[in-house]
Structures are given as C-alpha cells and as structure tokens.
Design a protein around this ligand. Structure first.
Ligand code: F6R
Length: 255
C-alpha cells in the first residue's frame, strides 16, 4: 500500500479552482453566505467585485451584518468616490439596503492616525471579532495593505504602499502621482484573527504570490504567510492564478 504523507497545511487550507472569474465569484459568495457572518471583513480592489455582485444578486447576507473594511487610503477628500468606504457602500451596502452605520472603516481624517488605527482595532474587538474576512492579494503577496516586511504580529496601523502597489492601483486614478502613499490597514495579526478567511485571486499576475501562499514559502517578504496556520482558510482562484504547482486542490464544477 502506498503511504500518502499527511501534510498539516493541506488539512487546513482549502484550495478551490474555478474555470473563470464568474465561477470563482459564485463559489466565494456561496461560502460567505453559508457562514452567516455577523461581522464581515471586506476587501476592495478588483478581486472581490464579482463576489459582491453575486452577494447582492442572491441577497444572501444577514440583514444586520456589520461590514468592516480591511484598509483605507489616507489623503483622499472625504467625498472622493475612490475611498474604500465609498466603494463598499456603492458595491455592497447600498444595493443591499444596509444602513450607513453598519459600514466601518478606520478614521483616516483623524489628526492622530495611530490613535485612529488603535480605535479601529478596538472596534473590531467590540463587535466580537470578524467572522468572515474576504481578501484579495497583491502581486507582491500583500494582504490588506501589509506590504512585504510587515511584522506578522502587526495590528491595525498606519502603513505605506510600495511603489509596485501604487503602480498597480494607478488604474483607479488619473495618474500615478494621484495614488496615495499612506494607508491605515488591519495588521497581519488582525487579519489572521478572523474566524474564517476567504481569499480570492484571479489572473496570471497573482500566480507567484499564490504559489508562495499555497506552498507555504517561508519568507518575511511574503505577508500572506501570516495565514499559513489559519484554521479556516479557503483560497479560491482561477487556473491562471493557481496553476503551476501540484498542491492538493478541488476543481469547482462549472455551472
Ligand atoms: C484592498 C486590499 C488589497 C487588495 C490587493 C489586490 O482592500 O486590501 O490587499 O486586495 O491589492 O487588489 P486587486 O484585487 O485590485 O488586484
């Protein structure tokens, strides 16, 4: 009989692969809804957009869910539609009819940003912690805006975007010069404290970061390593993001 070595990480981390981004979004939305979160941690950027659309279409979130942002830019005007809070209101809260006071973000207009970060960390705690955290991942492996080199112990804090991340995010702005440098972000330890984590990644640009995550490449330069030992982590992506290595994975059926 052939002995198949047990692999601790494979026991914990579920890797689901969909044929395209719609299959990925449907699976992610179904998993989120299934967990009936009272507190849902929400990422912004391109990765979760179709998942949010799917959640809106299915109206499958509890009506009293609290939406807690993962991060927020510093320096954009309070009315700027690219503020991440505004994005979540537009993509999720408004279409689902959730009240404004159920959407939480760090107060990036505060004079004392360190204090604002501490208060946000406390708020997450007062809400009882994040039940389900939705994540994207940067090409350089960042989660939230925890860039390579961020301490695995970090809590919500003021951070600075790496040049590569600003270049990637310039597509949302008139030019690279307009992309903020500064952010307030949940820390790596904050994110890892969520009860359940669903990380969405599509496209070949994410392949290197995803390979580092699913093969547990140990390096302080891979921020997503803070998720390695999480007890309930599901990684959902397409073939472009997740192809290349032969770690265990489940293929999602195309519907
Ligand atoms: C956004 C966030 C970031 C993004 C990441 C990927 O709130 O925290 O970590 O998830 O930069 O961005 P997209 O999905 O636009 O490729």
């Amino acid at each position: 009989m052939r002995c198949v070595p047990r692999c601790a990480w494979a026991d914990r981390m579920r890797v689901l692969v969909g044929v395209d981004e719609n299959a990925v979004a449907r699976a992610a939305a179904a998993l989120i809804a299934e967990r009936r979160p009272r507190v849902l941690g929400v990422a912004t950027g391109s990765s979760p957009v179709l998942t949010y659309r799917q959640l809106v279409r299915a109206r499958s979130l509890p009506g009293d869910v609290q939406l807690c942002l993962l991060d927020e830019y510093v320096g954009l005007a309070p009315t700027d539609s690219r503020r991440y809070r505004a994005v979540i209101v537009e993509q999720l809260a408004d279409p689902l009819g959730f009240p404004d006071n159920h959407v939480h973000a760090p107060d990036v207009d505060a004079d004392d940003l360190d204090l604002a970060a501490e208060r946000y960390e406390q708020l997450l705690c007062d809400l009882g912690g994040v039940d389900v955290q939705i994540l994207g991942i940067g090409r350089n492996g960042h989660i939230g805006f925890n860039e390579p080199g961020t301490s695995i112990e970090s809590r919500t804090h003021v951070g600075f975007l790496h040049d590569a991340t600003r270049v990637d995010n310039a597509r949302f702005f008139a030019s690279l010069d307009h992309v903020p440098h500064k952010v307030v972000t949940q820390g790596l330890a904050t994110i890892a404290g969520a009860r359940s984590i669903i990380l969405i990644a599509t496209g070949a640009a994410k392949n290197e970061a995803m390979t580092a995550l699913v093969t547990r490449r140990q390096s302080p330069l891979v921020p997503a390593r803070s998720l390695f030992d999480h007890p309930d982590l599901t990684v959902i992506g397409d073939h472009a993001a997740l192809g290349g290595t032969n770690y265990p994975r489940t293929l999602l059926e195309s519907v």
